[in-house]
Design a protein around this ligand. Structure first.
Ligand code: PLP
Length: 433
């Protein structure tokens, strides 16, 4: 384990090493050594992991934190009178404070732990949505939403009679902001928008969109699944009402994520799932509810996952999200230039403001075939609709190949990607002349 990983797993010892590591451009190859899986070969080749939009790999510090939790701290939380239960509760609540700091939320009780982004959005849909939406109300989504920010709203529309309005995309994969503003009106109750598109890489101007939505009295949920690992997020500066993300896309464990909700909103929202831990009193006549966030955390949560997520947050914070963002922007610019030199390759998503996602199609090769051939070269990318089928329909394609970058990727990974694409083109009879 290198110095940074050790520092991240033991916060008390982190200041010196983290400060030393947090100067100048980051060196991806050094950080890659913190991620054990990256040194395993795949199909006899060096693993070139470019599927970070789907999930990121985990540093040793996070793996070790989960292991150590089960070895030294495991007990159920909130209910126990014994020392271990109180210790586990402290660790879980400290993880909530780390999420609070990551998002710059005003208070820790504005953070609800969930299984991930999908569950966070469903929580808002089933709790806030069912309590606040009625027939004729409008929910504004965009044409680049992940299915997890479309389907919950469709289900709620079926139950409440509310209707969906969709902001169209430009040919570059940006939102048509004039169309967005035209969609907003007195019936708009909610805008639910992705911060960074997983299919296109577009970074949306969410601060401006939130301001416009608030001007018509609508609430705003931001899907931050592809944002939190790649740039600093400040929910108070954004002014959003809800913000959702997944730990596993932030170098943390699977099965844990969080919803930020403004305190007054969470306080007024009814439970969406019933069970232990979310109640104040229970009788067969009537039950009463705990305050937020416990009201929304029925049952035993993923305690070890929350602890691991806290360590993942320490890890990226010690490196610096601004340095990670700079590194990934440089890498994306380099990869974009390299991709544009490949004959027959077309980028899907060329917005002016993008995060580290390169989506593309190659003439004459189905994205799934391309993904399979790249895999044989040790290059892991994603191929398909990326759970964003409306984006594929908009661009008239069945899917794309997608390379998505993380802090441990560098130019060597891009070179491997480019070489593997050339190999695929040769197998399919050579690139177009
Ligand atoms: N939103 C976006 C933009 C995503 O990219 C994803 C996952 O790829 C999700 C939501 C869903 O995240 P999860 O499956 O972790 O709940």
């Amino acid at each position: 384990m290198n110095a940074l990983a050790t520092a991240a797993s033991t916060p008390a010892a982190s200041a010196g090493a983290a400060a030393a590591a947090a100067r100048g451009p980051l060196v991806a190859a050094d950080l890659a050594r913190d991620f054990p899986i990256l040194s395993r070969p795949v199909r006899g080749k060096r693993l070139v992991y470019l599927d970070n939009g789907a999930t990121t790999q985990k540093p040793e510090a996070v793996i070790e934190a989960e292991r150590r939790f089960y070895r030294e701290s495991n007990a159920n939380i909130h209910r126990g009178v014994h020392w271990l239960s109180q210790h586990a509760t402290d660790l879980y609540e400290q993880a909530r404070e780390r999420v609070q700091r990551l998002l710059n939320a005003a208070r820790a009780d504005e953070i609800v732990f969930t299984r991930g982004t999908t569950e966070a959005i469903n929580l808002v849909a089933y709790s806030w949505g069912r309590a606040n939406l009625k027939a004729g109300d409008e929910i504004v989504l965009t044409g680049m939403e992940h299915h997890s920010n479309i389907v919950p709203w469709q289900l709620i529309c079926e139950q409440t009679g509310a209707v969906l309005k969709v902001v169209p995309l430009t040919d570059r994969g940006e939102l048509q902001l004039d169309a967005y503003e035209a969609l907003l009106g007195p019936r708009t109750r909610l805008v639910s928008v992705v911060h960074v598109s997983n299919a296109l890489g577009t970074v949306n101007p969410v601060a401006r969109m939130i301001e416009r939505a608030h001007a018509v009295g609508a609430k705003v949920l931001v899907d931050g699944a592809q944002a939190v690992a790649h740039q600093g997020v400040d929910v108070q500066a954004l002014g959003c009402d809800f913000y959702a993300f997944s730990g596993h896309k932030l170098y943390g464990p699977t099965g844990i994520g969080a919803l930020y909700g403004r305190r007054e909103l969470l306080a007024a929202m009814p439970p969406w799932q019933g069970g232990g831990d979310m109640i104040r009193t229970v009788s067969f006549e009537r039950s009463t509810w705990a305050d937020a966030p416990q009201r929304f955390e029925a049952g035993t949560p993923n305690i070890a996952g929350a602890v691991g997520l806290g360590v993942a947050i320490d890890y990226v914070t010690a490196i610096g999200l601004d340095r990670i963002a700079e590194h990934e922007h440089r890498l994306l610019a380099h990869a974009t230039e390299a991709a544009q030199r490949i004959p027959g390759l077309r980028l899907i998503g060329t917005a002016a403001h993008k995060a580290g996602i390169l989506s593309f199609v190659v003439d004459g090769i189905h994205p799934h075939d391309l993904g399979t051939i790249l895999d044989a070269e040790g290059v892991a990318i994603r191929a398909g609709h990326h759970c964003a089928m409306p984006v594929m329909t908009r661009f008239g394609i069945p899917g794309t190949a997608r390379a998505s970058f993380a802090l441990y990727n560098d130019e060597n990974d891009v070179a491997a990607l480019v070489a593997a694409i050339a190999r695929a083109q040769q197998m399919f009879g050579g690139p177009p002349r």
